[in-house]
Write a protein that binds this ligand. Structure first.
Ligand code: ATP
Ligand code: MG
Length: 139
């Protein structure tokens, strides 16, 4: 398995609901290493830039307002097959379809406010990591 890095975010609902420790604990128990981490509050424009790939989707305005509604935690996770391992921990986008025991199945209450984000491919992981972290901020 390739060693990969992926960008994870604990979304504003996860932070507001006090789930930072719970989510990070799941990453660590799964063997993912934290290579960088920060809390920040995205502006609306920054959220629109991050989710630009979805700009034609009907939920884009609502999603970016939600993502800029409060602080988030961004992390770089590293490990064997880290992109898929993280997505497996997260569960499906729609919490009603997420496998039991996944973060979204256990905690999400809406399709939009679904606790976590994770990169979906090597290329998007590189772009998303560079969005949040410069070289000095990665260990
Ligand atoms: P993310 O990119 O946040 O990790 P994902 O890759 O599982 O999630 P995407 O299809 O990339 O899902 O959608 C990005 C985000 O947009 C979702 O996590 C969710 O917050 C929101 N979203 C997706 N589909 C819908 C929808 N039908 N209605 C409302 N919000 C949605
Ligand atoms: Mg996505």
């Amino acid at each position: 398995m390739p060693i990969e890095q992926t960008l994870s975010m604990i979304k504003p609902d996860g932070v507001k609901r006090g789930l930072i420790g719970e989510v990070i604990g799941r990453f660590e128990k799964a063997g993912l290493k934290i290579r960088a981490m920060k809390m920040l509050h995205l502006s609306l424009n920054q959220a629109r830039a991050f989710y630009a790939v979805h700009k034609e989707r009907p939920f884009f305005d609502s999603l970016t307002q939600f993502m800029s509604s409060g602080p988030i935690v961004a992390l770089i996770l590293e490990g064997d097959n880290a992109i898929q391992v993280n997505r497996d921990l997260m569960g499906a986008t729609d919490y009603r379809k997420a496998a039991p025991g996944t973060i979204r199945a256990d905690f999400a209450k809406e399709i939009e406010a679904n606790i976590v984000h994770g990169s979906d491919a090597v290329e998007t992981a590189q772009v998303e990591i560079a969005f949040f972290f410069n070289a000095l901020e990665r260990v």
